[in-house]
Design a protein around this ligand. Structure first.
Ligand code: SAM
Length: 298
């Protein structure tokens, strides 16, 4: 386990993932009933941008730093970004950007007193840091535990509504296959939950196989309506280009009904703002085609 999210916190991929998560929380908060947030791969919760890792990495400067430097954001993107940017601001009291909320930090900033979070992190030191951060927060339970193995055991939660984030580090070549296996078990345990699966646009064959295979399984085998399956991706330069990760996104099951429109409003503007070269772009779709739903390949 060599992956350290502190080198990547606040990059373009975090922005898309965390905006989607913030919109899920915002939607859940429209009803008075409590919700549960489950994070299978939590990281350390909040990232110090003046820390050694962030200072050695330029990623957040091309991500969240560009976004918060915008003095005027067009009306549509501004309203979609509001819950996310409010959470970022709540960690940065002064004008300067010093801290970035990871998914647990975002959850803690957006949850109400009645809502609960269950966070899993397998890395020894990171799990300790995460536990220490939320030790006094009665809403949040932290476990040093394999998130994949935990999901079928901790789902469904007592609350009827909620969101699960599966955000592995993709250090190993077979991570996509592990995630697919976990995705199926987790959905079977809680078919009404909202699920967000993060995946890099790196091995495009494996990512497409995850998206199309999972979408088809949900629709054909589990009678999930096609509009309950959504994916959103952002790439900051040509996906074929060398160097750092060029693109990433999320595959969502049971999204809030407003999420697709929100992302279509946001992503054209965001992809231009975060572009790092030729060929930047975005997409929002169901991760399947009419044709793929009728083939027997998957
Ligand atoms: C991409 S980071 C998570 C970032 C976090 N979700 C966020 O958005 O701020 C992935 C994390 O998963 C942890 N990890 C790796 N394998 C794991 C496993 N099987 N179960 C739980 N955590 C794991 C890593 O130590 C790392 O902190």
């Amino acid at each position: 386990m060599n992956y350290r999210h502190a080198f990547h916190a606040g990059n373009f991929a975090d922005i898309l993932k965390h905006v989607v998560l913030s919109l899920c929380f915002e939607h859940l908060k429209k009803k008075p009933q409590a919700f549960r947030y489950i994070d299978s791969h939590s990281g350390i919760g909040v990232y110090d941008l003046s820390g050694d890792e962030a200072q050695r990495s330029p990623e957040w400067r091309d991500g969240i730093a560009r976004l918060v430097a915008q003095t005027t954001i067009p009306k549509g993107p501004k309203s979609v970004l509001r819950p996310y940017l409010d959470a970022v601001k709540s960690l940065n009291k002064g004008a300067e950007l010093s801290h970035y909320p990871g998914s647990p930090g975002l959850a803690a900033a957006m949850m109400r007193d009645i809502d609960r979070a269950h966070l899993c992190e397998l890395h020894e030191a990171d799990a300790k840091t995460l536990d220490a951060r939320f030790a006094k927060d009665a809403r949040i339970k932290v476990e040093k535990r394999d998130g994949y193995k935990a999901l079928p055991k901790i789902l469904p939660p007592r609350e009827k509504r909620g969101v699960v984030l599966v955000d592995p580090p993709f250090e190993h070549r077979d991570e996509m296959a592990h995630m697919a296996e976990a995705a199926i078990k987790a959905f079977e345990a809680w078919p009404t939950g909202t699920f967000i699966f993060w995946r890099p646009l790196k091995d495009l064959w494996a990512q497409e196989r995850f998206d199309v295979g999972f979408a088809e399984w949900l629709i054909a085998e589990k009678q999930v309506l096609p509009e309950k399956v959504l994916r959103a991706d952002l790439w900051v330069r040509d996906l074929e280009s060398e160097g750092r990760l060029a693109g990433a996104g999320v595959f969502i099951v049971n999204p809030p009904y407003t999420l697709e429109d929100d992302l279509v409003t946001l992503l054209p503007w965001l992809s231009e703002l975060l572009a790092q070269g030729e060929g930047a772009g975005w997409r929002v779709d169901g991760g399947f085609t009419e044709e793929s739903l009728t083939t027997e390949e998957f």
